[in-house]
Ligand binder design. Structure first.
Ligand SMILES: Cc1ncc(C[n+]2csc(CCOP(=O)(O)OP(=O)(O)O)c2C)c(N)n1
Ligand SMILES: [Mg+2]
Length: 594
C-alpha cells in the first residue's frame, strides 16, 4: 500500500470517527469518484447510517428534513463539480431555518483548480454567506503527522459544534483529494487511532450552552410587563419542545393571549392551551376587530409567523413596545422592534413566570379568546356542511387530523398548504408536530424533506403538498423504495400555482395570467407515483379522503392521496369563509357573547 493510501485511511478515518463522536448519526451521500475516501470511511463506520441518493438536490433536502425531525446534526457528502452546487437550495434553507448540517464536498487537489481540469469548479466558499463556517482543507497526504491528524479531529468537532451553536445552521468543509482515492483499510475497517481519546470521547468536546437572561434583565422586564395589561405573545416557527409549556405558563402569569403559529409547537399538544389563539389569521383581516385590539406590548418568540395579517397587525400598532426574543441572528422584518433579547426563549419564560403573579384583570385576554371562538365557530359552520373538496378543509379537525395518531408529524408544503394549515388547523390536546421549509419558502425539495423526516423514525409522517411543488421534487421519491420508508402524501392538485389566484396578478388578461403564474401542467401523477412503487388514489369526497389516508398509514410505503381542486373556485371558497367570519364578528360586536 502506498503512503497516500495510508494517509487517506488515517486522516479521513480520524475525521469520520470524530464526526460520529460529536453526534453525527446520519449522512446523506451521492455517488462520485472524488469523494471516495470519505464515502468509504463513512460507510464503514458502525455508528453512522449512510443514506445514498442519486440526486444531490434531493439528498440535501432529505438531510435537512432528517435533521429537523430528529433535532440532530446531519452530514451531506457530494463529489466535486456541479454535484456540490446542487446542495445549494437546501443549504440556503438550512441557514435561514437554522438547521445544523455539516456539508462535505470533495474537490480536486489545489494544483488542478482553475486550470481546466475535468469536473472542477470553484468550490471555495461556494455557498457564500449561507454557511456559518467554511474550511478548505489541505490534501490528506501532505504529511502524515500527529499535528495533521489532530487538526482534522478538531475540525470535525468544531464543525458539528459550530453547526449546533445558536443560531444553528450549515457549515461547509471542502476536501481536496489526490489520486489514488482508495484508503488503505478499505476492507478491514480498522479505526484510525492516532490521537483518539479513550472511552469513545470526542477529541474536542464542544458544549453548547443556553443563553440565560441576566437577573437585571429579568427584574426590569418583570416590572415593565406587570404594568402592561394589554400585551400579546406571538409564537412563530420554532422547534424547542420545552417552549410550549413554558410560554403557556408565562402567558397565564401575564394574562396575555398567545398567537400560536402551527409551526411553533404551541398550537397542538398537552400543555395548557387556555390562552392559545388559533384563528388570528382570519379575524385579523377584519379592520374593526383589529381596531379593538390595540396592544401596549408584543412579545415575540421564534421566526416571523406565516400569517400576513399578523404581520400587518404588528405594523398597525407600530408604537407598541415590541420585544423580540431570539438567542441569535436577526429575525425582525417589521423594523419595529424596540428590544431584541439575545437570550434563550425557554429560560426567559421560566425566569419571568417565576417572578410574576397572576394578573388582576383578565378582560383583555377574554376579549381575544371570545373573538377567537366566534371566528373558529364561523369557520367551522362554513366547513361543516361542505361536501366539496375545499383545500382549507383538509386541516380541519374533522378531516386530516381526525385520522392521524397522536405524535404524528405533518410536513406542510409551501404556497397554500402552509397557509391553510395556519388558518384551518385548530388548537387541540393531541400532539401533532408541524414542520415546513419556512427559511426560504421554497417549493423545491419538499418531498425529500418529508422523506428525511420519515427516515428520522420519530413518528408517522404525512406530507400535504401542492402539485407544482410535488412535481418539483419527484426525484426525491426514489428514496422510498430504496430505504423502505413510509410516507402518506396528500397531493392538493389544482393544476398549477393556486396561490397566485389570490394576488393582484390575477387581474391580468387570463391568458397572460395562466402563462406566467397559473402554469397548468396537465400532469397525471399516477404513473410517476406507481413508477416509484407507490400507490395512488384520487379521492372524490371527504369520506374517501379519510379512508385513503388511513389505508395509506396502514399499508406503509409511499401512498399518494390526490385531492383534485380548482384554483379559481378555491379563491371563492376562501373569500366566503372570510366574509362569514366578518359577519360573525360584526354581529358579535353588536351583541357581545358573554
Ligand atoms: C423553488 C421555488 N420556485 C418558485 C417559487 C415561487 N412559487 C411560490 S408558490 C408557487 C406555486 C406553487 O404551486 P403548488 O405547489 O401547486 O401550490 P399551490 O399554489 O397550488 O397551493 C411558486 C412557483 C418558490 N417559492 N420556490
Ligand atoms: Mg397547485
Amino acid at each position: 500500500m502506498t503512503a497516500s493510501a495510508k494517509a487517506l485511511d488515517t486522516v479521513v478515518g480520524a475525521f469520520v470517527a470524530e464526526l460520529a463522536r460529536a453526534g453525527v448519526r446520519h449522512v446523506c451521500a451521492c455517488p462520485g469518484s472524488r469523494s471516495t475516501p470519505l464515502a468509504i470511511k463513512l460507510a464503514q463506520h458502525p455508528d453512522i447510517k449512510l443514506w445514498m441518493h442519486l440526486d444531490e438536490r434531493s439528498a440535501a433536502y432529505f438531510g435537512l428534513g432528517l435533521a429537523k425531525a430528529a433535532r440532530q446534526p446531519v452530514a451531506l457528502l457530494a463529489t466535486s463539480g456541479t454535484a456540490t452546487a446542487n446542495f445549494l437550495p437546501a443549504v440556503v434553507e438550512a441557514f435561514l431555518a437554522r438547521v445544523p448540517l455539516v456539508v462535505l464536498t470533495a474537490d480536486r487537489p489545489h494544483e488542478l483548480r482553475d486550470v481546466g481540469a475535468a469536473q472542477t469548479i470553484n468550490q471555495v466558499r461556494l455557498y457564500g454567506e449561507h454557511v456559518k463556517w467554511f474550511v478548505d482543507l489541505p490534501e490528506p497526504e501532505i504529511g502524515l503527522t500527529s499535528e495533521h491528524v489532530r487538526m482534522v479531529r478538531t475540525l470535525a468537532g468544531r464543525a458539528v459544534g459550530t453547526a449546533l451553536a445558536e443560531p444553528a445552521g450549515p457549515v461547509h468543509l471542502n476536501w481536496p483529494f489526490r489520486e489514488p482515492l482508495i484508503p488503505e483499510a478499505q476492507l478491514t475497517a480498522t479505526p484510525a487511532v492516532w490521537g483518539a481519546r479513550a472511552g469513545g470521547r470526542p477529541y474536542v468536546d464542544v458544549s453548547i450552552g443556553r443563553l440565560a437572561p441576566s437577573p437585571d434583565l429579568v427584574s426590569t422586564l418583570t416590572g415593565q410587563l406587570a404594568h402592561s395589561e394589554r400585551g400579546l405573545i406571538v409564537c412563530g416557527p420554532q422547534d424547542d419542545p420545552e417552549l410550549p409549556a413554558a410560554v403557556a405558563r408565562l402567558a397565564q402569569r401575564l394574562g396575555y393571549p398567545i398567537l400560536a403559529d402551527p409551526l411553533s409547537g404551541v398550537r397542538r399538544g398537552p400543555h395548557d392551551r387556555s390562552l392559545v389563539v388559533d384563528a388570528y389569521d382570519a379575524f385579523l383581516r377584519h379592520v374593526n376587530t383589529v381596531d379593538q385590539l390595540a396592544p401596549q406590548v408584543v412579545l415575540r418568540f421564534g421566526a416571523m409567523p406565516t400569517s400576513k395579517p399578523v404581520m400587518q397587525y404588528v405594523q398597525r400598532y407600530a408604537s407598541a413596545r415590541q420585544i423580540v426574543v431570539d438567542p441569535g441572528g436577526w429575525r425582525e422584518p417589521t423594523g419595529l422592534a424596540s428590544d431584541v433579547l439575545h437570550v434563550d426563549p425557554h429560560l426567559l419564560c421560566v425566569a419571568l413566570a417565576e417572578r410574576l403573579t397572576d394578573p388582576a384583570d383578565a378582560d383583555w385576554a377574554r376579549t381575544w379568546l371570545e373573538i377567537n371562538t366566534v371566528t373558529r365557530q364561523a369557520i367551522e359552520r362554513q366547513l361543516d356542511g361542505q361536501s366539496e373538496l375545499f383545500e382549507g378543509k383538509i386541516f380541519a379537525n374533522t378531516a386530516l387530523p381526525a385520522v392521524l395518531p397522536d405524535g404524528a408529524l405533518l410536513y406542510a408544503g409551501n404556497s397554500m398548504p402552509v397557509r391553510d394549515l395556519d388558518t384551518f388547523l385548530p388548537a387541540a390536546a393531541g400532539s401533532l408536530r408541524c414542520l415546513s421549509n419556512r427559511g426560504a419558502n421554497g417549493i423545491d425539495g419538499v418531498v425529500s424533506s418529508a422523506l428525511g423526516a420519515s427516515a428520522a423514525g420519530v413518528g408517522p409522517v404525512v406530507l400535504v403538498i401542492g402539485d407544482v411543488s410535488f412535481y418539483h421534487d419527484l426525484n426525491g421519491l426514489l428514496a422510498v423504495r430504496k430505504y423502505g420508508l413510509d410516507l402518506v402524501v396528500v397531493l392538493v392538485n389544482n393544476d398549477g400555482g393556486g396561490i397566485f389566484s389570490f394576488l393582484p396578478q390575477v387581474d391580468l388578461p387570463n391568458d397572460d395570467f395562466e402563462t406566467l403564474f397559473g402554469t397548468p401542467h396537465g400532469l397525471d401523477f399516477r404513473p410517476f407515483v406507481e413508477g416509484y412503487g407507490g400507490r395512488f388514489v384520487r379521492v372524490a369526497d371527504w369520506l374517501s379522503f379519510q379512508s385513503a389516508v388511513s389505508d395509506g398509514r396502514e399499508r406503509g410505503g409511499l401512498y399518494v392521496v390526490e385531492v383534485p381542486t380548482e384554483r379559481a373556485r378555491n379563491v371563492v371558497l376562501h373569500r366566503q369563509i372570510w366574509s362569514a367570519v366578518a359577519e360573525a364578528l360584526n354581529s358579535a360586536v353588536s351583541a357581545p357573547a358573554r
